[in-house]
Design a protein around this ligand. Structure first.
Ligand code: SMG
Ligand code: MG
Length: 374
């Protein structure tokens, strides 16, 4: 099919509850939704770049620029039979994985719809339910955090991730562990520590955590390898893994024993699946990370997590945990066994609601083979 039109929608949605990590607190979640049109169908992709370069160096404005000036022009009017056709066109672009992923994933959805299959089955996934957990941000007090853990456990979440930072780590984990001795628990530092903090992680070793996510520098693998050698708990890399090559390098030097795969951070579903396959071949478990996606990005995450080596629960919580009213429907709801059901309809299996999109849209760009319109 020939790509006839591509649209960018810069949207902003208020979060149900502010989300705080070691790098800051967010009240709303702006992002770019990419619509790819051909043969009367529309594929959707979510670009997970944020307003500021805090989690990653990309921002909504850099992604908008890269999409508009470099990625859309090489895909518009292109005859695509497989996502590989788009990936090949993006080869020249270095970096900017979230921008690339937004558009590539829209093409995956489009092709799955055209073939009448779910995105999960186009990716090669076999599951009809995926196991999920919940990621809880840093809270103003320990009591507030414990109340959130209580609530999420009561809702049925079977795995909890706590955000940590210096001053909000060992005692917080101890308190949660004392209250829920058997709860599958993991922590994420978002690069807030250095190798000099190794004693903190040695203390965390006693709490039977599933993993410790990205404790050190956001691009590091060398220090992580040194830290992993001192710990029983598996380290998991998030920020440091930008591509299948980064995954291979990290595994080669023993920088981690688990990888968090985020479709945006690694540059799209094709690369995400390659990292999954690489890890599977080495017996390294992976899980699907989250970026507070709308139902568009969430549906892509759910589809990805149907692949066999997604062996740990993902940060893919139910829609209601994020937004009062999502941009797309139906919502994902938490089912028994801390799972989400995998949509079986064509493509992503969610429908963007035009009125909601219009209400949330801050900026819009349309590019078609026939001409341009901002
Ligand atoms: O989508 O439930 C979610 C959030 C999961 O904690 C989460 N993501 O580093 O893994 C991570 C953070 C990054 C969030 S910054 C928007
Ligand atoms: Mg993380």
């Amino acid at each position: 099919m020939k790509i006839e039109c591509i649209e960018l929608h810069y949207i902003d949605l208020p979060l149900v509850h502010p989300f705080e990590t070691s790098f800051g607190r967010e009240f709303t979640r702006p992002c770019i939704l990419v619509a790819v049109r051909a043969d009367g169908l529309t594929g959707w992709g979510e670009c997970t770049a944020e307003v500021g370069p805090w989690y990653s160096s990309e921002t909504i404005e850099t992604a908008w620029h890269i999409l508009r000036d470099f990625l859309i022009p090489v895909v518009l009017d292109l005859e695509v039979a497989s996502p590989a056709d788009v990936v090949a066109r993006f080869q020249r672009v270095r970096g900017h994985p979230m921008a690339r992923a937004g558009l590539e994933n829209g093409v995956w959805d489009l092709l799955a719809q055209a073939q009448g299959v779910s995105l999960a089955s186009l990716l090669g996934g076999r599951r009809d339910r995926v196991e999920v957990g919940v990621s809880i941000g840093i809270e103003p007090t320990l009591e507030a955090l414990l109340a959130w853990v209580d609530q999420y456990v009561a809702e049925g979440y079977g795995r909890v991730k706590l955000k940590i930072k210096p001053g909000w780590d060992v005692e917080v984990v101890r308190a949660v562990r004392e209250r829920w001795p058997d709860l599958p628990l993991q922590v994420d530092a978002n690069s807030a520590y250095t190798l000099a903090d190794a004693p903190v992680f040695q203390e965390l070793d006693q709490f039977d955590l599933l993993l410790i996510e990205q404790p050190l520098h956001y691009d590091d693998i060398v220090d992580h390898a040194k830290l992993q050698a001192q710990l029983r708990t598996p380290l998991c890399l998030d920020e440091s893994i930008h591509s299948p090559e980064h995954a291979r390098w990290a595994l080669d030097i023993g920088a981690c024993r688990v990888i968090n795969i985020k479709v945006g951070r690694v540059g799209g579903l094709t690369a995400a699946r390659q990292i999954h396959d690489l890890c599977a071949s080495q017996g390294v478990p992976v899980w699907c990370g989250g970026m507070l996606e709308t139902n568009v990005g969430r549906a892509a995450n759910v589809a990805l997590a149907t692949l066999a080596n997604f062996a740990l629960p993902g940060d893919i919580s139910a829609s209601a945990r994020y937004y009062r009213e999502d941009i797309a429907e139906p919502n994902f709801v938490l089912d028994d066994g801390s799972t989400l059901s995998v949509p079986s309809g064509p493509g992503l299996g969610v429908r963007v609601v035009p009125e909601r999109l219009a209400a949330a849209c801050l900026r819009h760009l349309v590019r078609s083979a026939g001409g341009a319109e901002e």
